[in-house]
Design a protein around this ligand. Structure first.
Ligand SMILES: [Zn+2]
Length: 116
Protein backbone atom coordinates (compact mmCIF):
# COMPACT_ATOMS: atom_id res chain seq x y z
CA UNK A 1 0.00 0.00 0.00
CA UNK A 2 1.50 3.36 -0.98
CA UNK A 3 1.45 6.56 1.08
CA UNK A 4 -1.61 7.99 -0.70
CA UNK A 5 -3.59 4.82 0.01
CA UNK A 6 -2.45 4.87 3.65
CA UNK A 7 -3.47 8.52 3.91
CA UNK A 8 -6.88 7.88 2.33
CA UNK A 9 -7.54 4.99 4.72
CA UNK A 10 -6.49 7.16 7.69
CA UNK A 11 -8.76 10.04 6.64
CA UNK A 12 -11.73 7.69 6.25
CA UNK A 13 -11.06 6.19 9.69
CA UNK A 14 -10.90 9.68 11.24
CA UNK A 15 -14.12 10.71 9.48
CA UNK A 16 -15.87 7.57 10.78
CA UNK A 17 -14.82 8.40 14.34
CA UNK A 18 -15.87 12.05 14.06
CA UNK A 19 -19.19 11.12 12.43
CA UNK A 20 -20.14 9.29 15.62
CA UNK A 21 -19.66 12.46 17.64
CA UNK A 22 -22.43 14.64 16.26
CA UNK A 23 -20.65 17.69 17.66
CA UNK A 24 -20.06 21.16 16.34
CA UNK A 25 -17.07 21.74 14.08
CA UNK A 26 -14.10 22.98 16.08
CA UNK A 27 -15.37 21.50 19.34
CA UNK A 28 -12.86 19.66 21.49
CA UNK A 29 -12.89 15.94 20.61
CA UNK A 30 -13.53 13.79 23.70
CA UNK A 31 -10.89 11.28 22.70
CA UNK A 32 -10.84 9.36 25.99
CA UNK A 33 -14.64 8.93 25.80
CA UNK A 34 -14.37 7.78 22.18
CA UNK A 35 -11.93 5.05 23.23
CA UNK A 36 -14.15 3.87 26.07
CA UNK A 37 -17.30 4.05 23.90
CA UNK A 38 -15.68 1.47 21.62
CA UNK A 39 -15.22 -0.96 24.50
CA UNK A 40 -11.46 -0.47 24.53
CA UNK A 41 -9.83 -0.80 27.93
CA UNK A 42 -8.25 2.56 28.79
CA UNK A 43 -5.69 3.03 31.52
CA UNK A 44 -3.47 5.87 32.64
CA UNK A 45 -0.18 4.95 34.26
CA UNK A 46 3.44 6.04 34.39
CA UNK A 47 5.19 4.34 31.45
CA UNK A 48 8.97 4.28 31.38
CA UNK A 49 10.14 6.02 28.15
CA UNK A 50 6.82 5.29 26.42
CA UNK A 51 4.00 7.66 25.55
CA UNK A 52 1.38 5.02 24.93
CA UNK A 53 0.61 1.43 24.11
CA UNK A 54 -2.07 -0.16 21.97
CA UNK A 55 -2.67 -3.85 22.55
CA UNK A 56 -5.08 -6.13 20.73
CA UNK A 57 -5.59 -9.73 21.80
CA UNK A 58 -8.32 -11.37 19.76
CA UNK A 59 -11.45 -9.26 20.11
CA UNK A 60 -10.17 -7.42 23.19
CA UNK A 61 -8.22 -4.17 22.86
CA UNK A 62 -6.57 -1.90 25.38
CA UNK A 63 -4.84 1.46 25.42
CA UNK A 64 -2.41 2.65 28.08
CA UNK A 65 -1.43 6.32 28.24
CA UNK A 66 1.58 7.73 30.07
CA UNK A 67 0.04 9.84 32.82
CA UNK A 68 3.41 11.49 33.53
CA UNK A 69 3.16 13.50 30.28
CA UNK A 70 1.14 16.74 29.86
CA UNK A 71 -2.58 16.34 29.24
CA UNK A 72 -2.31 17.63 25.66
CA UNK A 73 0.29 14.94 24.92
CA UNK A 74 -1.92 12.33 26.57
CA UNK A 75 -4.84 13.38 24.35
CA UNK A 76 -2.67 13.30 21.21
CA UNK A 77 -1.27 9.88 22.14
CA UNK A 78 -4.79 8.58 22.84
CA UNK A 79 -5.92 9.74 19.37
CA UNK A 80 -2.90 7.97 17.86
CA UNK A 81 -3.70 4.73 19.72
CA UNK A 82 -7.36 5.02 18.68
CA UNK A 83 -6.05 5.34 15.12
CA UNK A 84 -4.25 2.01 15.47
CA UNK A 85 -7.52 0.46 16.62
CA UNK A 86 -9.72 1.95 13.91
CA UNK A 87 -7.22 0.95 11.22
CA UNK A 88 -7.17 -2.65 12.40
CA UNK A 89 -3.50 -2.58 13.37
CA UNK A 90 -1.92 -5.11 15.67
CA UNK A 91 -0.39 -4.17 19.03
CA UNK A 92 2.00 -1.20 19.02
CA UNK A 93 4.28 0.44 21.55
CA UNK A 94 4.80 4.17 21.02
CA UNK A 95 7.63 6.34 22.24
CA UNK A 96 8.60 9.90 21.34
CA UNK A 97 9.89 8.86 17.91
CA UNK A 98 6.55 7.49 16.76
CA UNK A 99 4.43 10.33 18.08
CA UNK A 100 6.80 12.92 16.60
CA UNK A 101 6.72 11.21 13.19
CA UNK A 102 10.33 9.99 13.24
CA UNK A 103 9.36 6.31 13.01
CA UNK A 104 9.31 5.06 9.41
CA UNK A 105 6.86 2.19 10.07
CA UNK A 106 3.96 2.90 7.65
CA UNK A 107 1.41 1.91 10.31
CA UNK A 108 2.87 4.47 12.71
CA UNK A 109 2.68 7.17 10.05
CA UNK A 110 -0.88 6.13 9.23
CA UNK A 111 -1.98 6.27 12.88
CA UNK A 112 -0.45 9.76 13.10
CA UNK A 113 -2.52 10.85 10.10
CA UNK A 114 -5.69 9.96 12.00
CA UNK A 115 -4.77 12.49 14.71
CA UNK A 116 -4.48 15.40 12.34
ZN1 LIG B 1 1.72 4.01 17.17
Amino acid sequence: MNLNQLRREAILAAEDVLADLNSEEGAKVPVFDLIEDRGIWLSFQPLDRLLGVYQRIGNVAGVAINVARPLAMQRFTAAHELGHHELGHESHVDDDSTIEGRNSDPKELQALLVTG
